[in-house]
Design a protein around this ligand. Structure first.
Ligand code: C6P
Length: 415
């Protein structure tokens, strides 16, 4: 049995890593929110780059340098199309979402935040959308405000609207929660933020591979993406920002490539995007990232989402069956919003999440356990952590059957 609309077997065949045994069992990889696996075309692009094209970019006057520069800039154009940015220059390459958010905090934040200003975030943020704001708010005497969530893992939007004010200079919000799966209604949140004159940053780490993205239609100010959660290599991320914001922001790091002219007296800076890309970038991985975007585009994101939701719903049906068998409280779900990506956190009654993770690993099933870099969210639920399964396009119903079987064994009372 396989999910409908896409040929999952042919998709699986593009992922060499999936065809191995772990602890004597076929690998079942359900930790896709941490990082997705990479299709062969991405791996091959990386290999080809080092075998055939390797050269530094934007500098050399030789053929390999020209070629590498062209490939690197091709990826930027692909990113532009992927998120429908008005221009490729609005797409800055970073190491990932973490660096993208730090870039905004350290440049935009350092320039614009003042004592008395507020940065507004949510209770369900990843640490990388909390700590950079804490650091810059402390430095500038601004306040970090947090608006609450409901027990089902949705945002308390009434509280959001109440807390927004002329003091709010920036709203930073996760688009899809990595711990709960909740898809946040950023379109209406952006409109409300703009009404009070605030800019809006969306953490798109978990949105990138699932949700259609149109930064112009959303009128988003900043969007952070990680390539490795989008079937691409690690070490590549994107910061999208509107041109007028990027032009007004000071540089992030000083060095080669980000300058126009340097003298000991004064340095002038390069145009965007180069102003924010000091030094030799992660050329090979950026080039290979284009192939990951091609992979997603070919499958079509909406079809990916349909398949992934079938997997989530199949898992949730299995959970209900376990509850019928072992009692409703045998498994507690965290994150039960209607609008979700295919991520589910849970706890088995009486079982520490690490132990559940270890038992699953013994059967070759990879899940994430712990606080998922969302400690304040875990505190909200009064727990230390959860077990989290997160599905991707190459997962199957049979894999979920195996997962449910192990969960059932763990729940079975011992005599
Ligand atoms: N979440 C997870 O297992 P980086 O590490 O920079 O690529 O992404 C950080 C990040 C930021 N925001 C969200 C919503 C995220 O999910 C992540 C990464 C992984 O959930 C690793 S902690």
């Amino acid at each position: 049995m396989s999910v409908t609309t896409l040929d999952i077997n042919s998709i699986r065949n593009q992922f060499p890593i999936l065809h191995q045994k772990v602890n004597g069992n076929p690998l079942i990889y359900l930790d896709n929110a941490a990082t997705t696996q990479k299709p062969i075309r991405v791996i091959k692009a990386l290999e080809d780059y080092y075998k055939l094209h390797n050269a530094n970019i934007h500098r050399g006057a030789h053929t390999l340098a020209d070629r590498s520069t062209g490939f690197f800039e091709d990826t930027r154009k692909s990113v532009q199309q992927f998120i429908n940015a008005a221009e490729a220059a609005e797409c800055i390459f970073t190491k990932g979402v973490t660096e993208s958010i730090n870039l905004v905090a350290q440049t935009w934040g350092r320039k614009y935040l003042q004592a008395g200003d507020e940065v507004l975030i949510t209770y369900m943020e990843h640490h990388s959308n909390i700590v950079p704001w804490q650091l810059i708010c402390e430095e500038k005497g601004a306040s970090l405000k947090v608006f609450p969530i409901h027990a089902n893992g949705t945002l308390n939007l009434e509280a959001y609207y109440q807390m927004l004010s002329v003091r709010t200079k920036l709203v930073a919000c996760v688009w899809a929660s990595n711990a709960l799966g909740t898809i946040n209604p950023i379109e209406e949140m952006i409109k409300a933020a703009h009404k009070v004159g605030a800019v809006f940053l969306a953490d798109g780490a978990q949105a990138g591979s699932h949700l259609p993205i149109d930064v112009q239609q959303l009128d988003i100010d900043f969007l952070a993406l990680s390539g490795h959660k989008l079937y691409g290599p690690t070490g590549v991320g994107v910061l999208y920002a509107k041109r007028k914001l990027l032009e007004a922001m000071p540089p992030y790091q000083g060095g080669g490539e980000m300058i126009k002219e340097v003298s000991f007296e004064k340095t002038t800076f390069n145009e965007i995007p180069f102003k924010f890309e000091a030094g030799t970038p992660n050329i090979g991985d950026v080039i290979a990232f284009k192939y990951a975007l091609d992979f997603v585009n070919e499958l079509v994101k909406q079809a990916i989402m349909v398949c992934e939701m079938q997997l989530l719903n199949y898992f949730l049906k299995g959970v209900i069956q376990l509850q019928e068998q072992f009692g409703e409280d045998c498994i507690t779900l965290y994150g039960t919003a209607e609008d979700k990506v295919a991520v589910q956190s849970f706890l088995l009654k009486g079982k520490h999440p690490f132990d559940t993770g270890l038992m699953l690993d013994a059967r070759g099933i990879a899940v994430r356990t712990g606080h998922h870099c969302t400690q304040p969210l875990m505190q909200f639920f009064g727990i230390e952590g959860t077990v989290r399964v997160s599905f991707a396009i190459y997962n199957t119903f049979e894999e979920i059957d195996s997962l449910l079987e192990v969960l059932g064994k763990l729940l079975k009372p011992r005599n």
